[in-house]
Every structure is written in structure tokens, then in C-alpha cells.
Design a protein around this ligand. Structure first.
Ligand SMILES: [Zn+2]
Length: 192
């Protein structure tokens, strides 16, 4: 599984030109059909997704290309989950957050728990990204909780990435976070 940009035409162009790299051997990835279609839940309704599958010309391994707006094994868009994480960092509770974004409280609680359990490694990861990407990086000051600090680090890294690579365009912090984590922002054990 590899995270790619949200623009399908651009992904096709990169595949055709052999510009996407195999994460295992560095070989060029070529088109290899599609993964099974799925429907994700966005803030404004369902989002249909038919992820591209690719095959390495070097080692023959296959990789699903997941757009940056999706997180691995999550039914909701990265932005939706990110909005819940940001609200929690501002001190809001599970039920008001769930009501505001129209999701079940149990679902939101699951996201918050997973993020909270990994808050420190996540903060360290994005602070490092911020420092590497930033032209004049200022790591965020310590906030009210490790959870809020991790969310601040995600936001700071996103700004740094967007200013360093203007081609990245106008993307939300959570799309940057999704891409930077390879879709694993809420996966167990990420980052190692
Ligand atoms: Zn390979």
C-alpha cells in the first residue's frame, strides 16, 4: 500500500512514466488493474473510490495506491477523522464531536483512543517532519495535553510541507498527515 495524490489523472501519468517507486526495491511501478471499489464517508456525503493497483517492474511485488484523503482500513475521509481529532485537542468531548460531524460516538471514541495511545510517537514524527521540511521551522510549544501537542505537530508539519513544496497545493493538514504516514495515521503501532 502506497499513498498517492488525490488527482487520478496525475497518478495515471506518473504510472505511465514509471515515476512511482516501489517501496521495496525502488523499481518503477506499472499499472496492474484496480483494487476492489469502496465507498468512503466524506463530510459532504459518500466518496466513491476504486484504488489503482500497481506492479513493480523490478521485483514483481504489487501495491495498492491509496489516495491521500483515505486512511488505511478507515471508512471515513482523513479530513473527517482529522476534524474530530482537532476538536478533541480543543477540549471538546466525544458526544459533541460525534454530533457535530454526524458520526456514531463509538466510532469517534475509537479514533480518539487510537490517536491518544500513540500521541507521543506521532508528535515526534511530525515535529521531525516539520523541522526537515520547514525553511525556518519553529516547533510548536507544549500545549495542554500530549494529544493537543500531537495535533499541533500535525498542523505545523502540514504548513511546513505546503510552504516547502508549493506544488503540493492547497491541501488540508490531515491530507498531509495521511500522506506522510502512508495512510497509517490511525494504524496500530504507527509510527514505529
Ligand atoms: Zn520492487
Amino acid at each position: 500500500m502506497i499513498t498517492v495524490g488525490a488527482n487520478e489523472a496525475e497518478v495515471e501519468r506518473l504510472l505511465a512514466g514509471g515515476e512511482l517507486e516501489c517501496p521495496l526495491c525502488g523499481g518503477a511501478l506499472a499499472r496492474w488493474g484496480h483494487a476492489r471499489p469502496r465507498v468512503l464517508r466524506g463530510g459532504q456525503g459518500p466518496v466513491r473510490l476504486r484504488p489503482r493497483r500497481s506492479r513493480c517492474r523490478g521485483c514483481g511485488s504489487t501495491h495498492v495506491l491509496l489516495p491521500a484523503f483515505a486512511l488505511l482500513r478507515r471508512a471515513d475521509l482523513a479530513e473527517v477523522i482529522g476534524a474530530a481529532l482537532a476538536a478533541k485537542a480543543m477540549g471538546k468531548g466525544v458526544r459533541p464531536i460525534a454530533a457535530a460531524i454526524g458520526r456514531a460516538a463509538g466510532t469517534v471514541r475509537g479514533w480518539l483512543r487510537r490517536f491518544a495511545s500513540r500521541a507521543e510517537p506521532v508528535r515526534v514524527f511530525f515535529t521531525r517532519l516539520l523541522v526537515e521540511a520547514g525553511t525556518d521551522p519553529v516547533p510548536p510549544a507544549a500545549g495542554p495535553s500530549p494529544f493537543a501537542d500531537a495535533v499541533s505537530a500535525v498542523a505545523g508539519a502540514s504548513v511546513a510541507v505546503a510552504s516547502r513544496w508549493p506544488g503540493v497545493g492547497k491541501v488540508t493538514p490531515w491530507r498531509v498527515a495521511s500522506a506522510a504516514s502512508g495512510g497509517r495515521l490511525l494504524s496500530p503501532g504507527w509510527p514505529r
